[in-house]
Design a protein around this ligand. Structure first.
Ligand SMILES: Cc1ncc(COP(=O)(O)O)c(C=O)c1O
Length: 481
């Protein structure tokens, strides 16, 4: 293992106990470099490098041992558990339906999600982070500032395109990520969901074909269903993303009007596409005249140790429409997102006006101030490292408490895990049993328009609640096998 050096200073002592901060930083660094059989840094080395006492270093390791993230071998030292793997246990990719088909998943999705509300349970199904992982105190403070200007915040409708202050702050934020756009090029939407809907409506008509990643986030399927579009499922790897050869073959055979991808922190797979793959996808769509729609909802929260540019930042042809929101990084209930259309913002803005006039002004102003004051940027960095830790520890728990042969994704952004159960286990009956034990996850069936394609798969939210509850949830599911 290359010499291990802490790269970031520790936070102020009042935020988290020192042993926990050291434990988290230590884990984040070793997970990138260590193999399961490699010895981790000694107590003495950790104490020296973090400038802490030997007993604090020991508490940091004990914290990781309690989380199941590190094991101790008597008279030898600290190691990662054997379950830690960098690839070989990732879920497999089933062959997708080669035909483009109308979608019918909405009822199933609504039924599944409503269960999380009906039952008092540990809800590992919905992809919402627990409130402690959102900067809600900072948001509340900013909202108090806003409410001191009631005429501005509550006295009228915002323009349909968005509050100029937010468009300005967002354009600046995107500029930092390599995207050059004017504030008025951005359409502020009710979350990423509305951005996706408008982006799809802008480039398709009922009956058109849209290529999607398989598995994909179910709201994309719901949009295709309600817009009368056909889904063409493209097999997608938890490591490298959409299968470009398969997509190219299909594009040569039929007209594909749009392609929707989630390139950074894919839901449910968690991968971050490589830059070469992203460029190849842009080229492919350009050559076939296909609109490429990217959903970058987790971009700001990515913890991958490599370049994280969006497709839009790499697009030299003008084929990419970008959809994003602050639902995972700031607050889902603000309902603030954006669409940066590939071409005509005026037409997209007219659709927005027809849909619901504009987004709530106080919500837009809250995001604008969070961005302007740099509060957002500081908080996402912290949240991303918390996600990484939670994802790795939950992965360990799944591998420990689920039957042997279970495969689990290894995300580089986001906070959900995609789990493949070994034969003969099926996610739907398991889901029923788990509900009986007071815990919920989402069965794989809602992530594809093809029934039974993902009947042995499921998605788990690692950040739905405090870690002890997540662990309890995983143990309870484990008792259902
Ligand atoms: C990939 C992805 N896109 C879009 C959304 C919906 O975003 P919003 O709540 O901003 O509409 C989600 C929510 O889980 C998501 O995971």
């Amino acid at each position: 293992m290359s010499e291990y050096k802490p790269t970031q200073a520790l936070n102020s002592p009042q935020e988290e106990p020192l042993y926990q901060q050291v434990g988290q930083k230590l884990y984040q660094q070793v997970i990138q470099h260590a193999n399961p059989d490699q010895k981790l840094p000694s107590l003495r080395l950790v104490a020296k490098q973090f400038n802490i006492s030997l007993s604090s270093a020991q508490s940091a390791y004990q914290y990781l041992i309690d989380q199941g993230l590190v094991m101790v071998r008597p008279r030898s030292g600290y190691y990662l558990p054997e379950t830690v793997s960098h690839g070989q246990l990732q879920p497999q990719i089933p062959a997708a339906n080669p035909a483009a088909e109308r979608v019918k998943v909405s009822n199933l999705v609504i039924r599944m999600l409503s269960m999380g509300r009906e039952h008092p349970l540990i809800n590992l199904g919905t992809a919402v982070p627990e409130p402690a992982l959102l900067p809600l105190d900072a948001l509340a403070k900013i909202q108090r500032q806003i409410s001191r200007k009631p005429q501005w915040a509550y006295g009228g409708y915002s323009p349909s395109g968005g509050e100029p202050l937010l468009q300005q702050a967002l354009a600046q934020h995107l500029y930092q990520q390599g995207i050059q756009c004017l504030p008025e090029d951005l359409l502020i939407t009710n979350g990423c969901t509305e951005a996706l809907r408008i982006a799809l409506s802008e480039c398709t008509r009922p009956g058109d074909v849209v290529a999607i990643e398989s598995p994909t986030y179910f709201t994309i399927l719901q949009q295709l269903e309600s817009l009368g579009l056909k889904a063409l499922e493209i097999p997608t790897s938890p490591e490298t993303g959409i299968d470009l050869n398969h997509l190219a073959t299909m594009m040569s055979a039929i007209t594909v009007n749009a392609c929707v991808v989630n390139p950074v922190g894919h839901n449910p797979l968690g991968f971050v596409m490589q830059e070469t793959q992203k460029n190849a996808l842009i080229d492919l769509c350009y050559r076939h005249g296909t609109r490429l729609i990217e959903d970058v909802i987790c971009l700001d929260l990515a913890y991958a140790d490599r370049p994280l540019r969006s497709l839009r930042a790499l697009d030299n042809y003008g084929v990419v429409s970008q959809c994003g929101s602050f639902s995972k990084s700031l607050s889902p209930s603000l309902r603030v997102g954006w669409l940066l259309p590939a071409e005509d913002t005026a037409s997209a803005t007219a659709r927005k006006f027809q849909n619901n006039v504009s987004v709530s002004t106080p919500c837009q102003l809250s995001v604008a101030y969070m961005l302007e004051q740099g509060v957002y940027q500081r908080s996402v960095r912290k949240i991303a490292s918390q996600h990484k830790l939670r994802v790795h520890q939950t992965r360990e728990w799944v591998l420990r408490y689920f039957p042997s042969g279970t495969r689990v994704s290894l995300p580089e952004a986001g906070f959900v895990l995609w789990v493949e159960l070994p034969e003969p286990f099926m996610a739907m009956p398991l889901h029923q049993k788990a509900l009986g034990k007071g815990v919920m996850f989402l069965p794989g069936d809602v992530f594809s328009p093809t029934s039974d394609l993902y009947s042995r798969y499921l998605r788990i939210n690692c950040c739905a609640c405090p870690e002890e509850e997540v662990l309890e949830g995983i143990k309870r599911i484990g008792r259902c096998f």
